[in-house]
Design a protein around this ligand. Structure first.
Ligand code: NAI
Ligand code: MG
Length: 355
């Protein structure tokens, strides 16, 4: 049966980097005789320009009907200047919500040739290879009430709310990932203070009985923030609440260096997932061939692994990226110290990955 990937190039360098990832995927599908087709739809500023709204219903329907979604980035100064409340980011939040993508996956992995790009000493960075699973549709960012109160609005409340079901489904995702990796799960919470965290721990312990070969640790979020700097090599899979995950994943993203190298996936219980680079639309370098396509190409590897069950093909992409970096090929954002470093543009970098 034909599989479908919906491509949402979006704005800025989005179309440049999704183009690269589609070329790599297309090459693999042809080589392995996989029947996969690409359908392009609009999101973000591109959709606002064409149709006046950031997330047309046609885009949502097409995404719902596909096996996986590849997204570039949305937003840019052009739409910041427009004095309407129609914003490109509403497209991104809207599609995650419409599809119920509750688990956001962000890896932190050291690339041997880019160790010097990290602000940490290489000794700490070399062993780094972990994944953060962040709950994306509940917790502190969505809990009600969230409002100003009192006669003079001198009080304020935000709510950290979860149901057992919401915790269980994201924790299961994390266990499943740990099973495919080094079988170590760190569940991060603030159970010494928050009732929600105490329930989070109970659910983790309950789910753990279904994954006896995965070693589980509970850790407090403040201490984890510290451990990510002093011993980041200890982690395999980290699972945590929405806001904790937001903060820890930004912290983790600097450990291994460049924004142009970081892929992400947003998943739900079935195989459908949305895959995108962590970076934005980079308006400062748009159209100059300077965009590093590797974050999006690595997101495409995730797409193959998690949505299409093509583990071998995913690993081929990851190995190709490692090799290309080892050979010294780099876009301007990557600081490499090797003497045989070769500066390449977006298209040349993609050519190297394919070859
Ligand atoms: P950004 O990630 O677009 O850029 C930050 C810096 O990193 C810039 O100097 C940029 O040139 C560089 N950079 C980013 N990706 C790169 C790549 N692949 N290769 C080489 N260099 C790269 O973040 P910024 O500047 O804060 O936001 C720009 C626009 O992107 C804004 O409109 C923002 O709202 C939007 N944005 C969208 C996101 C998304 O669609 N997921 C995420 C973050 C920002
Ligand atoms: Mg953030």
């Amino acid at each position: 049966m034909t599989k479908t990937i919906t491509v949402l190039p979006g704005d800025g360098i989005g179309p440049e980097v999704t183009d690269s990832a589609v070329r790599v995927l297309d090459y693999l599908f042809k080589t392995f005789h996989h029947d996969v087709r690409f359908v392009e739809e609009r999101i973000g500023g591109a959709a606002i320009d064409a149709e006046g709204i950031p997330l047309p219903q046609k885009t949502v329907d097409q995404c719902q009907a596909s096996d996986a979604i590849l997204l570039g980035a949305v937003g840019g100064p052009k739409w910041d200047r427009q004095s309407t409340n129609v914003r490109p980011e509403q497209g991104l939040l809207g599609i995650r919500k419409a599809l119920g993508l509750f688990a956001n996956i962000r890896p932190a992995k050291a690339f041997a040739s880019l160790i010097d790009a990290s602000p940490l000493k290489s000794f700490y960075v070399e062993p780094v290879d972990f994944v953060i699973v962040r709950e994306l549709t509940g917790g502190l960012y969505f809990g009600k009430p969230s409002e100003r109160r009192g006669e003079h609005k001198e009080q304020v409340v935000d709510t950290l709310a979860y149901s057992e079901h919401e915790i269980e489904r994201v924790v299961k995702k994390a266990f499943q990932m740990a099973e495919k990796r080094r079988k170590k799960l760190t569940s991060v919470d603030k159970a010494n203070v928050l009732e929600s965290s105490r329930m989070w721990r109970e659910v983790v312990n309950k789910v753990a009985s279904q994954y006896p070969n995965v070693e589980v640790n509970h850790a407090l979020v403040d201490s984890t923030a510290m451990q990510l700097i002093i011993n980041p090599g200890q982690f395999d899979v980290i699972v945590t609440e929405n806001m904790f995950g937001d903060i820890l994943s930004d912290e983790a993203s600097v450990i291994t260096g460049s924004l142009g190298m970081l892929p992400s996936a947003s998943l739900r219980t079935d195989k459908l997932g949305l895959y995108e680079p962590v970076h934005g639309s980079a308006p400062d370098i748009v159209g100059q061939g300077k965009a590093n396509p590797l974050a999006t190409i690595l997101s495409a590897a995730f797409l193959l692994r998690y949505s299409l069950d093509m583990d071998l093909e995913a690993a081929l992409i990851e190995t190709a990226v490692q090799n290309v970096l080892k050979q010294g090929y780099h876009t301007p954002d990557l600081k490499v110290s090797s003497e045989h470093a070769t500066l390449v543009n977006t298209v040349e970098m993609t050519d190297q990955v394919i070859s």
